[in-house]
Write a protein that binds this ligand. Structure first.
Ligand SMILES: CC(C)(COP(=O)(O)OP(=O)(O)OC[C@H]1O[C@@H](n2cnc3c(N)ncnc32)[C@H](O)[C@@H]1OP(=O)(O)O)[C@@H](O)C(=O)NCCC(=O)NCCS
Length: 189
């Protein structure tokens, strides 16, 4: 099966194309995006985006990861949302960024909401997890809004530059996601 596209009210989440590379470099290359992520290089050198996009198809086909370009309906890039997959354990690890000019419009929440539905309904995962730096409360808020529960704090788990960073770990199980969705459908809060 080819990687599908996902549709939300304002966004299309689609597989990356080679032609997206220059926009990835421009948006993900901003210092503010690299600052709170653990695997986005800074500076973002020429060729990195092309090389990264070139890994996506094989990862999807191998079932190890799925990466979506977050685009507007007129195909302007806004960010990325991805899952690292551990299929033997029915588990996915969520990652995401939004280009800085587009922060604060609910785009990450809208994209992550669609990814959760895809992960639980189409990939039949049991657990989605994500981590964020305590100094990145906007990311924590996105995860809380989609129903993820905080599971704990890993002290100084990652080194970023010269600093060992604490990381908050969050997760949601498929049954929790289904219960939350059913409540919403029933009109409860
Ligand atoms: C984190 C990030 C993805 C959020 O994207 P976004 O599209 O602005 O997120 P949303 O608009 O959907 O939601 C952001 C929420 O955080 C809240 N928020 C923003 N700044 C905040 C702050 N300093 N403290 C607390 N909450 C904050 C917003 O008010 C909003 O919550 P609300 O809807 O309840 O008002 C974006 O800032 C980003 O890409 N950052 C750099 C990369 C990154 O950190 N990725 C995540 C790695 S774990």
């Amino acid at each position: 099966m080819n990687q599908p596209s996902l549709y939300t009210p304002r966004l299309i989440l689609r597989p990356y194309q080679p032609a997206d590379a220059s926009e990835v470099q421009r948006l993900a290359g901003a210092a503010a995006v690299a600052e709170t992520t653990l695997n986005i290089p800074h500076p973002y050198a020429d060729g990195m985006a092309e090389a990264w996009i070139a890994t996506h198809r094989a990862a999807w086909e191998a079932g190890t990861a799925v990466t979506f370009a977050i685009t507007t309906v007129d195909d302007a890039l806004r960010g990325t949302v991805s899952l690292q997959l551990t299929r033997s354990h029915g588990r996915g690890e969520l990652g995401y960024w939004i280009g800085q000019p587009y922060w604060g419009r609910g785009l990450a929440t809208e994209a992550v909401t669609a990814l959760l539905r895809f992960a639980f309904e189409d990939l039949h995962l049991n657990r989605l997890q994500a981590s964020y730096l305590p100094r990145n409360p906007a990311s924590g808020r996105v995860l809380a809004k989609v129903g993820m529960l905080r599971e704990g704090l890993h002290r100084e788990r990652f080194r970023k530059g010269d600093t060992f960073e604490d990381v908050v770990e969050c997760a949601i199980l498929q049954r929790e996601w289904r219960a939350g969705r059913d409540l919403t459908r029933d009109g409860a809060t």
